[in-house]
Design a protein around this ligand. Structure first.
Ligand code: SF4
Ligand code: SF4
Length: 376
């Protein structure tokens, strides 16, 4: 199917199941054969309840698992959460309960194999379950993302990088947002999910992708064989120029990709979805960039009232930019690469990204005075 299917739905099993089955059939689900190992890869970022709209809803996970079982194949539900135990996540998310009575294996990704994803990254470690599966069903969540604007079907596949290697990649691509986007494009091209379903029934707006975001009912499910086409359709739905989404911009620059899929179903016109402010991570003349980075660039900030010093943020920080145990939380903005992994994992939503008024004024003036200084 080159088209992207759009269907309106709720999480009610009787409504949702036939829609997921219809989508899977349209995407060629009949090719899933008995005894095949099918990886179902939801968004299982952190332990969260369904009403927080951070994770792929358990009802969608169940319907996808039912489809695979219906085809006589073996479903495996797996992901690599940023924090917490996998079992706790399954329980809190409602997935354990939703799967009750189904013969489905669930486990976190643990082992990787080296796969060449192409220049400039070369061979990188990807979860072996993703590499060895006979087919992959990519079950993503429609969410905002403080670093990459939105996390949709392509970005969901970054979860196939196991555990601590994820923040490592943030560090290696540093403040170059487009390089990180390029990495995500190449991972998606390598993992090649045959089926992509995006949960936009309850989306997340504001400062996602973790608890800093706010749930927003959109009531839609999108599906397609090509994750780039699904993500492009979301841009069209929310009235966003595809080039503003770093992943689609990188795909266009690398491959000339500009998907304009046929859309099957009524695409709602969603306006006013609150997106995170995306500012340049590097700007101004070279000799001022260090100062700008320390003092003026958009940065993570902690709400002291909410913070309970749990340590999740400084544990995940790839740049070691958060001083462990220091209250109030201290960020070293010189080291910070603005990946917002800290914001993703904070269990209390205490971290947000923020740009000061001075920073905004200086950034706008720099863009005017030093256009060659580069905006990334
Ligand atoms: S900001 Fe959040 S993650 Fe960091 S210590 Fe405080 S509560 Fe924990
Ligand atoms: S402080 Fe937060 S945004 Fe900065 S590098 Fe660490 S995890 Fe990333």
């Amino acid at each position: 199917m080159t088209a992207v299917m759009v269907r309106h739905s709720t999480y009610e099993h009787e409504t949702l199941r036939p829609i997921v089955f219809e989508m899977m059939e349209a995407m060629g689900g009949k090719d899933i054969r008995g005894q095949g190992r099918v990886l179902i890869k939801p968004n299982l970022l952190v332990p969260a309840t369904p009403d927080q709209a951070i994770l792929t809803h358990p009802a969608i996970v169940r319907s996808a698992a039912e489809y695979v079982l219906d085809r006589g194949a073996r479903p495996l539900i797996a992901d690599s959460p940023a924090m917490g135990s996998f079992e706790t996540l399954l329980r809190k998310s409602g997935i354990r309960e939703a799967l009750r009575g189904l013969d489905v294996e669930c486990r976190p990704f643990e082992h990787s194999v080296m796969v060449d994803i192409g220049s400039p990254f070369g061979a990188i470690a990807i979860a072996e379950e993703a590499v060895q599966a006979d087919a992959i069903i990519n079950l993503a969540k429609l969410k905002t993302h403080s670093q990459m604007l939105l996390t949709l079907t392509v970005k969901n596949l970054f979860g196939c990088i196991v555990g601590y290697r994820k923040p490592e990649w943030h560090l290696r691509t540093g403040v170059d947002r487009q390089m990180f986007a390029r990495l995500l494009v190449q991972i998606a091209r390598t993992v090649k999910p045959a089926f992509n379903i995006l949960d936009g029934i309850m989306a997340l707006e504001g400062q996602g992708p973790g608890r800093g975001g706010s749930p927003k009912r959109l009531g839609v499910l999108l599906a397609g064989n090509d994750p780039f086409a699904v993500d492009w359709t979301v841009c069209r739905m929310i009235g966003l120029d595809a080039d503003q989404l770093p992943i689609l911009k990188a795909a266009r620059e690398m491959e000339g990709l500009s998907p304009h899929p046929e859309i099957d179903g009524p695409l709602p016109e969603v306006r006013g979805l609150r997106l995170p402010r995306m500012t340049s991570l590097v700007y101004g003349p070279k000799f001022l960039q260090g100062l700008i980075r320390r003092q003026l660039l958009q940065r993570p900030l902690c709400d002291e009232q909410l913070c309970q010093m749990c340590g999740e943020c400084w544990t995940i920080c790839p740049a070691k930019a958060i001083a462990p145990g220091e209250k109030p939380l201290h960020f070293d903005y010189d080291r910070c690469i603005r990946c917002y992994c800290c914001l993703e994992v904070c269990p209390l939503g205490a971290i947000r990204s923020s740009e000061s008024l001075t920073g905004r004024v200086v950034r706008q003036a720099a863009a005017f005075l030093f256009p060659a200084g580069g905006v990334r």
